[in-house]
Write a protein that binds this ligand. Structure first.
Ligand code: GTP
Ligand code: MG
Length: 333
């Protein structure tokens, strides 16, 4: 408690000063009647105790007013938001992007939302050519991962075809899918068509020596078993094969027809087991819109290698850049 002194010749005026300056929190500890000299005029000295942590009465009032103002501002902001919520719903339907993305991109209804979305997505989307990915070892090994039937095997064949035709770089295939009926035959057919070798690996320890069997390959594509991503044990099984390799780059393949939430879940399951950095969007030709897939790519910072857009091997493969994709999602200038 802080103790202060108030002096006045008039007791009432001294009490008024205390009340005015320190409010009701001031406690009168003592009132003394004093004189400066023996025969001089008398005056009152009040010893006042003030609780230090308590704000003064005047300050309390100020705080209350500030609080009321803040509440009024908050009220106004909430009503403004309620209006925007409807407009955002409409804009989300119109653009095919989620409200969360619109908010993050500051895409304001009726204003230049296209510009805001373009700017936001341009900053987040990343496209990389697989031949530009740096490896420490040779050949460069890519592993195609993804749920059942997304097009992993077909895409591996398309990528090998692209490298052979445009870069004169031969690839080899390794399949660890000895589980699905016809899987080995399927990749062998692709290999035969392009005159590229295919190795079948049935046990993880066989992976260690498999690259030595593909001496001419500049690139190797490891084709994996399509797995329900929720079966984490099955993903770990695939990982055991990859752990035998000195170096490999996992590439997640997801079907453009999936909902954004489904893509996100699948990504999270695969990412837990394999550190997923690279991505291929498949079946783009079948999807009504790829906007939510593009949103998924952007929000997860994935580096996209290609879009698969049909069943023809090797032709139905696109290597888009950001500008192409912005056009595809209706954000062309
Ligand atoms: N429309 C379309 N079909 C595709 C595309 N890619 C693959 N397919 C077809 O999808 C089916 C499955 O393709 P696969 O390559 O066997 O898929 P996968 O992921 O290897 O399948 P699993 O190994 O069984 O998990 C086949 O009929 C392919 O022709 C694509 O980009 N567009
Ligand atoms: Mg397959």
């Amino acid at each position: 408690m802080e103790v202060i002194k108030v002096k006045d010749t008039d007791i009432q005026s001294a009490l008024d000063t205390v009340k005015r300056q320190y409010g009701s929190d001031a406690m009168i500890l003592e009132i003394r009647k004093k004189r400066k000299y023996v025969f001089g005029p008398s005056y009152y000295e009040l010893l006042i105790g003030i609780e230090q942590n308590l704000p003064k009465a005047g300050a309390d009032l100020d705080n209350l007013e500030a609080l009321e103002k803040a509440i009024r501002r908050l009220d106004a902001a909430v009503s403004a938001l309620a209006v925007k919520e409807d407009e955002l719903d409409a804009l989300s339907k119109q653009t095919g992007f989620s409200k969360e993305l619109l908010i993050k991109a500051r895409a304001v209804p009726n204003e230049d939302w296209k510009h805001a979305l373009r700017q936001y997505l341009s900053g987040k989307l990343e496209f990389v050519r697989l031949e530009n990915i740096k490896f420490k070892s040779f050949p460069k090994v890519f592993v195609l991962l993804g749920p059942t039937g997304v097009g992993k095997t077909t895409t591996a064949a398309k990528l090998a075809g692209y490298l052979l035709l445009t870069k004169s770089a031969p690839s080899g295939f390794v399949t660890i899918d000895t589980f699905r009926a016809g899987a080995v035959e399927q990749i062998k057919l692709f290999g035969k068509a392009m005159n590229l070798p295919v190795e079948v690996v049935r046990r993880p320890h066989q992976m260690e020596k498999v690259l030595a069997k593909l001496p001419d390959a500049h690139y190797v594509f490891v084709d994996t078993i399509g797995r329900n991503p929720r079966e984490i044990g099955k993903l770990t099984e695939i990982k055991m094969y990859l752990d035998e390799l000195e170096e490999c780059v996992p590439v997640l393949c997801l079907n453009a027809g999936l909902k954004k939430e489904e893509m996100q879940k699948a990504f999270e399951y695969f990412n837990k087991v394999f550190h997923v950095e690279y991505f291929i969007l498949t079946k783009v030709d079948e999807a009504e819109s790829i906007n939510s897939a593009v949103e998924f790519m952007a929000e997860n910072g994935l580096k996209t290698l290609a879009f698969a857009n049909g069943q023809n091997v090797p032709d139905d493969l696109l290597f888009p850049d950001t500008e192409n994709v912005l056009d595809m999602v209706g954000l062309s200038l």
